[in-house]
Design a protein around this ligand. Structure first.
Ligand SMILES: [Zn+2]
Length: 230
């Protein structure tokens, strides 16, 4: 994906339309899309690319570094997995039990490698259940929330949700986030038991319990896409 001085960057796709200017777009996988006026010549397109070559190269290099993190996990040694806001490498062990253990690294039993995804999900589920259960216990006592059931789900885009019957749901991915951030997500759903919308009153009630919640929202915005096994 790096730029060779003798050769201009490779164009992966050109979209022509009724526009008067050129536009360049680099996709997450590093491919280069050029938007061009309908009658632009090949020479004009090449000249635009040549002028922007340094920017294209820089952007593609930055993406090349990020992209491997977004590829589906292969559960091979050295690959990293999140827990409480940190990444730990995967190591294989001949030990059979437990199938997976976190001790400086994620130690996965060789015997469990074929079912590694399920083993990891089960591990994350148990951790998220234990962590959220503990927080809910503390907060319901202190602030008088009334919680019915807590379910750990496989939700992809939502960290937590609450239902009309005072049930709370959290995705197993939640324990990949830092403890403070998990706390914010739990408090967010607990406060929804009393205030069902995102009004000013809602955010005030959240801030009352976790004053620095904005930092946690930002953290989730920046890292959320990486907290996954997919
Ligand atoms: Zn909400």
């Amino acid at each position: 994906m790096s730029f060779n001085k003798d050769k201009p960057p490779q164009i992966d796709r050109v979209i022509r339309s009724n526009r008067t200017s050129f536009g360049l777009e680099i996709k997450p996988d590093g491919s280069l899309l050029v938007r061009a006026p309908k009658h632009a010549t090949q020479a004009q397109i090449q000249s635009v690319i040549a002028k922007k070559a340094a920017w294209i190269e820089r952007t593609q290099e930055r993406l090349a570094k990020q992209y491997p993190i977004l590829r589906p996990k292969s559960f091979t040694p050295g690959e990293t997995f999140w827990y409480l806001g940190q990444r730990y490498p995967l190591q294989l062990t001949d030990r059979q039990r437990p199938s997976l253990e976190l001790d400086g690294a994620f130690w996965l039993s060789r015997a469990a490698q074929d079912s590694a995804r399920d083993v990891f999900i089960a591990w994350y589920r148990a951790e998220t259940r234990a962590i959220t259960k503990n927080m809910i216990h503390v907060y319901t006592k202190r602030f008088g929330f009334s919680v019915n059931k807590v379910r750990i789900t496989s939700a992809r885009t939502r960290w937590g949700s609450c239902s009309g019957k005072n049930n709370l749901n959290f995705t197993y991915r939640l324990c990949m986030a830092p403890l403070d951030t998990i706390e914010y997500v739990v408090v967010h759903e607990l406060v929804h038991l009393k205030i069902r919308n995102h009004s000013k009153a809602f955010w005030k009630a959240v801030a009352n319990i976790v004053p620095n919640y904005q930092g946690d929202r930002d953290w989730l915005k920046q890292h959320g896409a990486f907290l996954t096994l997919d």
